[in-house]
Ligand binder design. Sequence first.
Ligand code: EPU
Length: 353
Amino acid sequence: MNPSIALLTHDASLQSLNTFRLPARAAWFAAIEALPQLAGLIAMPEWKHRRRFVLGGGSNLILTGDFEGLMLHVRISGRALVAESADAWFVRAGAGEIWPDFVRWTLERGWPGLENLALIPGTVGAAPIQNIGAYGLEVAERFQQLEAVDLETDEMVTFDRAACQFGYRDSVFKREAAGRYLITAVTFRLPRRWQPVTGYADVARELEARNIAKPTAWDVFDAVVAIRSRKLPDPARIPNAGSFFKNPVVDATVFIRLIAQHPDLPHYPKPDGRVKLAAGWLIERCGWKGRNIGSVGVYEHQALVLVNRGGARGEDVLRLAEAIRTSVRAAFGVELEPEPVILGSQPVGCVGG
Ligand code: EPU
């Protein structure tokens, strides 16, 4: 029997496959554990006609309705050191590997470099799509290449760093290439001449509080885990999709007006002269922290995170998000842009982190 056929199911619930625990169904669903299964699906006549969506850990995904197409759930596993050079280890992982487990494993094997990205929910394959980042590091900085299936031509392709066009919470896979590729594996370049990344204020404070002047990779890992556990809700206990908005980047003129009115506004100048602001601060200042609208709330320890208080639906999330955007626009003249992929019955591109 062709193993790919056995995996194709009709009318599947997606509620346990998204970390916000939103109820939605997929008309068709297939779990991909190995490439031959995908090849089997591609060979099926139904393949050509369906809308498709590639699902990873579902940790960066807001489902606002049922999906009428074919949901491809990537569960490809495997992790290995594939090459070594004088200055780096090259570690490759299947796209379905769980990101926080993978980070811990690299440290256990003695290959540091991903410790600032500890505990981020999601899969390895989703990490480059939104260029996950935290505590002073983006995955782009440790990225070597990825392998993917082009769902338009059904061919295997490789992307190097330049081809991914990484930006802040952004890559080509969220723009021109949205929906086109199913990432199967990612290779990371982990530097032998490792230097701790401790510039982020929270990390520096945490290490200082622990009296650690010369941190090891495990020290940074432990500090990041402690900070995240304090500030961010564990999706296993309080369903959420991480930061709900991107931190907005504004022109210098807008920044000068805002800082004159709000001298305590957190801000991060960018090399191009623009300035990144902290969306969490703007939202908190509008009085949203800890508030709920129906079954969706603004997390009490980090206003950038929306949480499911029980029984939330996609439309409830969008209602609260819109109310927040409206008040931040009215108070500061700044537009907030959602960070997760929003998938409803309307056509959109790929991919849930
Ligand atoms: N702040 C507030 N109130 C809040 C939240 C934040 O005043 O409710 C202020 C903080 O005091 C600080 C500034 O805003 O001055 C930044 O806050 P924080 O360090 O918590 O980081 P963030 O900008 O809110 C970003 C990422 C997080 C990542 C952290 C740490 C985005 C959209 N979010 O949050 O990523 O963990 O930095 O690096 O860039 C995610 O993408 O899902 C995510 C959780």
